[in-house]
Design a protein around this ligand. Structure first.
Ligand SMILES: Cc1cc2nc3c(=O)[nH]c(=O)nc-3n(C[C@H](O)[C@H](O)[C@H](O)COP(=O)(O)O)c2cc1C
Ligand code: SF4
Length: 467
């Protein structure tokens, strides 16, 4: 098959990139083929830093040759002689296994010089990450591969034009490469038929959390609903023993949205999830039961982004900390959250629209969708002026009664001004929850109003919240 024929099959297959952004894989290959500068680099993104995602590891451990074959076919299409696999630093055993697979492929002459006696040579090198989530972003990944600081680059120029060592580069996820041999051998149309008319093939779904059978499951796209993924005895098998009822799912990784149970009948395909304002993302499906406080969960997500922000741009560097500060303030019994929701909403918009890379832009997706899914819960926290947090997280009420718990005597746990002086122990009935002017439009409508044209206002807001 010629390079063009291979790309035509890939386009027929309608494979969407499995790394999270769901970019059409055939188009990406076609664009790179149209660039005449040589040599070109082939890079596999095996950083897999998204919490709740462990499917690339599964491929590399169980069938590394599928990945190596996919990369070799890419090498053949683009005339590249060298590929890099960037494996996350924590995956030491995976790295060792992959290295062994590379060595045995070389011995079998399916990798290295003159593959199978032909004039085509292609070899694969392993690069280890050092545990930074941002290095999964493809430009940061290339910087890190080159030995530069693992921070994102400005685009354009796109990586297809100026990528690894300044040369045209293809970056694909492990699962995206692993699908290439199947597409080439069965043909793009047959691959498409396995999945959904808009996105062919299967998807590796990572089930974790309070589910009976956590693990990696391969499902044809469009063949199951979210409910089936979690409750089918062949898949998730329902809630884990000793766990309560399902409360919500977190889809696609930490930067993905939260789905309430009324969306359980959504079909697991890119198109159907998109229609429901959800996403496939990396394939993560985190299952949480009713004992989980949404506010606690969102605070944990926020802490993840604070830790992983590379610090290059202001909205993400300061915004994540400012978001957590508000979430923690809301959780303190006896401290009013009045007025904070509007600021939180503004912060989400500043971060989404002003962050330099996908990390900061998606850092509040879980928050916005979780807030939209459980407005009552967040509103009650914001309006309580009482130890109402105990309604959602019983341990918090107990902890609040212990001496020294932040917020007692009306003091806040974090830096900031006075609390309004409501003692934590003052039992009050939480206000009834109904539509409130405190809940910004973003949560009610799910759409972002345009960012304030006064950029400096937004930056000052961030500084004000962060210091
Ligand atoms: C913060 C951040 C982290 C990412 N982490 C990963 C990752 O671990 N693995 C991955 O394949 N893609 C990750 N991506 C997406 C990549 O930038 C890129 O879209 C992907 O590797 C392209 O491959 P694909 O087209 O085959 O999906 C991440 C993106 C962002 C913004
Ligand atoms: S959004 Fe900005 S600070 Fe955050 S990871 Fe990206 S470049 Fe770094």
């Amino acid at each position: 098959m010629t390079p063009r024929e291979i790309i035509a099959e890939r386009k027929d297959a309608k494979l969407l990139g499995r790394g999270g952004a769901a970019y059409p894989a055939g188009n990406k290959w076609e664009q790179l083929l149209g660039i005449h500068e040589t040599p070109k680099h082939i890079v596999c993104n095996a950083d897999e830093g998204e919490p709740g995602t462990f499917k690339d590891r599964f491929i590399m451990e169980r069938n590394p040759f599928m990945l190596l074959e996919g990369m070799t076919i890419a090498g053949l299409v683009f005339g590249a002689t060298e590929g890099h696999v960037y494996v996350r630093g924590e995956y030491r055993s995976v790295q060792r296994g992959l290295m062994k697979a590379v060595e045995s492929a070389r011995k079998a002459n399916v990798l290295g010089d003159g593959i199978l006696g032909s004039a085509f040579s292609f070899d694969v090198k392993l690069v280890s990450g050092a545990g930074a989530y941002v290095c999964g972003e493809n430009s940061a990944l290339l910087n890190s591969t080159q030995g530069l600081a693992g921070k994102p680059r400005i685009k354009p120029p796109h990586l297809a034009e100026v990528g690894l060592f300044g040369l045209p580069t293809l970056v694909n996820n492990v699962e995206s490469f692993a699908n290439v041999p199947a597409i080439v051998s069965m043909g793009g149309k047959a691959f498409l038929d396995i999945g959904h008319p808009e996105s062919g093939g299967t998807k590796l779904v990572c089930l974790s959390g309070h589910v009976a059978r956590p693990g990696v499951y391969e499902v044809p796209l469009g063949s199951v609903t979210l409910r089936e993924a979690v409750f089918d005895p062949e898949l998730g098998g329902g809630m884990a023993e000793g766990r309560g009822k399902l409360k919500f799912l977190h889809l696609g990784g930490q930067s993905g949205p939260i789905a309430r149970t009324d969306l359980l009948d959504t079909v697991y395909s890119y198109a159907d999830l998109r229609k429901a304002r959800l996403t496939v993302g990396s394939g993560a499906v985190v299952v949480m039961d009713e004992t989980v406080s949404v506010l606690d969960y969102l605070s944990a997500v926020s802490r993840f982004f604070i830790r992983e922000s590379c610090g290059k741009c202001t909205p993400c560097r300061l915004g994540n900390g400012a978001v957590l500060k508000i979430l923690e303030d809301l959780a303190v019994p006896g401290v009013s959250g009045r007025g904070k929701l509007k600021t939180l909403d503004e912060l989400c918009r500043v971060m989404t629209m002003g962050s330099f890379c996908g990390l900061g832009r998606a850092a509040t997706v879980a928050l916005v969708s979780g807030w939209k899914a459980f407005p009552d819960e967040i509103e009650r926290y914001a309006m309580h002026d009482s130890p109402a947090a105990g309604r959602f997280a019983p341990w918090r009420a107990e902890a609040a009664a212990r001496p020294g718990f932040p917020g007692q005597d009306g003091r806040r746990p974090l830096r900031g001004k006075g609390s309004g002086g409501v003692p934590a122990t003052a039992a009050r009935t939480p206000p009834k929850c109904g539509p409130s002017s405190e809940v910004p439009e973003i949560v009610r409508s799910g759409t972002h109003p345009p960012l304030s044209s006064d950029f400096y206002h937004n930056v000052i807001l961030l500084y004000r919240l962060a210091v």
